[in-house]
Design a protein around this ligand. Structure first.
Ligand SMILES: Cc1ncc(COP(=O)(O)OP(=O)(O)O)c(N)n1
Ligand SMILES: Cc1nc(C(=O)O)sc1CCOP(=O)(O)O
Ligand SMILES: [Mg+2]
Length: 227
């Protein structure tokens, strides 16, 4: 997949697992998020009450089917075996997960996302074959217990200024109100759990957030052309 396609998919990226879906069930939330226009879905089944075994597999397959019906790529967090078993479109791994170069070998040309927190982690991930980098936490988050220190949008500017030109997605505490500043700082999209899974109206929240991302990307491209 080329970088323009990856950038498109990163624009409005839903990260979701059953643990994050308290207001409603995961299927209802994913359906509403897809109808609102999410461009990529990551299945992240993590935490004390996470599903396991057959229940986990069932939910993964159900969400995958919903994504396929909408032509939206479906990525698995951490679990490369699961991704291969169900023929997912890709995987997302972090610095404490399986080595990125080995994962690239295992998954072939499926999408590979890697978390990075510094310029050197970013450079290495790119060398190892990452298609995109997940950068966070941009803001405080309650969705990841072992999140790093909050980085702010400055990390996105720093990565771009240091020659990291691969597709980047910001993650961590991103809301409708904050989406534009993440894009202005250099991200190609926003990856979101709680602002979507805990929204009163999931569909409308996604519509509004996606429109802010799209408008800000267009403004950024226009201002770059003027320089
Ligand atoms: C898009 C995206 N970016 C970053 C992460 C975090 O990955 P990781 O650091 O491996 O942490 P866990 O999500 O596995 O707890 C992500 N999942 N997605
Ligand atoms: C899964 C994840 N990774 C992060 C990182 O910093 O790498 S922050 C995070 C949680 C994002 O959830 P929310 O949108 O609810 O803040
Ligand atoms: Mg991980």
């Amino acid at each position: 997949m080329n970088q323009d396609q990856i950038r498109h998919y990163l624009q409005m990226y839903l990260v979701v697992g059953s643990v994050n879906c308290k207001a409603s069930d995961p299927i209802t939330i994913v359906k509403a998020a897809l109808s609102g226009g999410v461009t990529l879905v990551q299945f992240r089944e993590k935490g004390a009450d996470a599903l396991q075994g057959a229940d986990l597999l069932r939910l993964a397959l159900q969400i995958q089917a919903l994504c396929r019906a909408e032509g939206v790529p479906f990525i698995i967090n951490d679990d490369v075996d699961l991704a291969l078993e169900i023929d997912a479109d890709g995987v997302h791994i972090g610095q404490d997960d399986e080595n990125a170069a080995e994962v690239r070998d295992r998954i072939g040309d499926r999408i590979l996302g890697v978390s990075a927190h510094t310029v050197s982690e970013a450079r290495l991930a790119v060398q190892h074959g990452a298609d995109y980098l997940g950068i966070g936490p941009i803001y405080p988050t309650h969705s990841k217990d072992d999140a790093h220190e909050v980085q702010g949008t400055a990390i996105l500017c720093e990565l771009r200024e240091n020659g990291i030109h691969v597709p980047l997605v910001g993650i961590g505490g991103i809301t409708e109100e904050r989406a534009a500043e993440v894009i202005k700082a250099g991200a190609d999209g926003v990856a979101v759990i709680s602002a979507i899974t805990e929204a009163k109206d999931v569909h409308e929240t996604v519509v509004r957030m996606k429109s802010k991302v799209g408008n800000t990307l267009r403004e950024r491209i226009t201002s770059q052309r003027l320089i």
